[in-house]
Unconditional design. Structure first.
Length: 164
């Protein structure tokens, strides 16, 4: 990969394990939640595993258009405007148990969060694949750009290793 900004995005997705998920409530109001995420290289998308007891899960089931923001954590005296971040506009797709994409998502999620494997047995927890629609990447101050989904999907497909 020759693009230093795509490398920056890859580092961000590997280093951060939680993201802010934006959904719409039944009243059409924006709701932001914090969710853990993993990358599924076989599907070249982002995976979340969330409980239907949470409002954001019910909202996604009703309205699959959502947004996910991953931002580098602040460390000490970091200039907040320099922090790398990415916002994905996504279409959330609930994965069905027993299907190949469910098994791929489960494997990717457990690879990143081995201590959460037990949650995969709870029937009120659901895997969602977040299919990319639009990507806005800020690699640092004055380094912002909108990306087409294709190069980011290629980056996600390469992410079979390094999900720390």
């Amino acid at each position: 990969m020759d693009d230093p900004l795509l490398l920056s995005l890859q580092r961000l997705l590997r280093s951060e394990r939680t993201a802010s998920l934006g959904t719409l409530s039944n009243q059409g109001l924006p709701v932001i939640s914090r969710v853990p995420f993993a990358i599924c290289p076989e599907q070249a998308n982002i995976i979340i595993h969330i409980s239907e007891m949470a409002a954001h899960t019910r909202y996604l089931m009703q309205r699959p258009d959502a947004s996910l923001m991953v931002s580098q954590s602040e460390h000490g005296q970091d200039a907040v405007h320099d922090l790398p971040r990415v916002t994905f506009q996504v279409l959330a797709r609930q994965l069905e148990r027993g299907q190949a994409d469910f098994d791929q998502a489960r494997k990717a999620y457990i690879r990143r969060f081995p201590d959460m494997e037990f949650l995969c047995h709870f029937t009120d927890f659901h895997f969602f694949a977040l299919d990319l629609v639009r990507v806005r990447h800020i690699a640092g101050f004055a380094a912002a750009r909108t990306l087409k989904p294709e190069p980011v999907r290629a980056l996600l497909a390469e992410s079979s290793t390094g999900q720390d």
